[in-house]
Each structure stands twice: as structure tokens, then as C-alpha cells.
Design a protein around this ligand. Structure first.
Ligand code: FES
Length: 95
């Protein structure tokens, strides 16, 4: 196929990147995620996980029924940075 096929828009992972991962033996979704960074962008794989998982299964010659989603990590929803920082520390620079 001519041209670049983007499979994960958040992290600019291409079909060629997945083929390379499979050629190196990283044919499971979690392995390919760690090797290429797919699914680690702002959407956390909501846009790319299914297509990438199916492509990896096809490329590795495994049935799609064996595909497992990768592990979700918190936070699963966007939150304000201030929420993680906690309340203001009154002893710091407050006089
Ligand atoms: S499209 Fe892959 S992480 Fe968003």
C-alpha cells in the first residue's frame, strides 16, 4: 500500500509501525502499545484500540476472538490538575 496509514491519530502510529512491531514479536495489543505508544494519547485508545487490535490479530494470524483490550489506567476521565494537587497549602508562601 502506498502512503502512510495512520492507525492512532493521537500518537501518530502508522500501520507500518504495527507491522514492524509484529515482525519483532510484539503482536499482542498490550505489547504493541508499549512498543509504539498506540492508545496512550488523549483519547486513551477510544478511537484506535479496536482497529489496532483487529489489525494485530490479522497480522499475527490469530482469530479476533483472542484479542484482549489493553489495561486502562486512571484517571479514566479528564480531571483538573488542581484536583490532583489537592487543597492549597497554607504554610507555603501564604505569609
Ligand atoms: S487515537 Fe490512539 S490514543 Fe487516541
Amino acid at each position: 500500500m502506498a502512503g502512510k496509514v495512520i492507525v492512532c491519530r493521537c500518537e501518530d502510529v502508522t500501520q507500518s509501525d504495527l507491522d514492524h512491531a509484529v515482525a519483532l514479536g510484539y503482536s499482542h495489543l498490550e505489547e504493541a502499545k508499549r512498543y509504539t505508544g498506540l492508545g496512550t494519547g488523549p483519547c486513551q485508545g477510544k478511537e484506535c484500540m479496536v482497529a489496532c487490535a483487529l489489525y494485530l490479530a490479522l497480522a499475527a494470524g490469530r482469530p479476533p476472538s483472542e484479542v484482549r483490550p489493553f489495561t486502562s489506567r486512571p484517571p479514566v476521565a479528564a480531571i483538573a490538575l488542581g484536583t490532583l494537587a489537592g487543597p492549597d497549602d497554607p504554610g507555603e508562601g501564604g505569609g
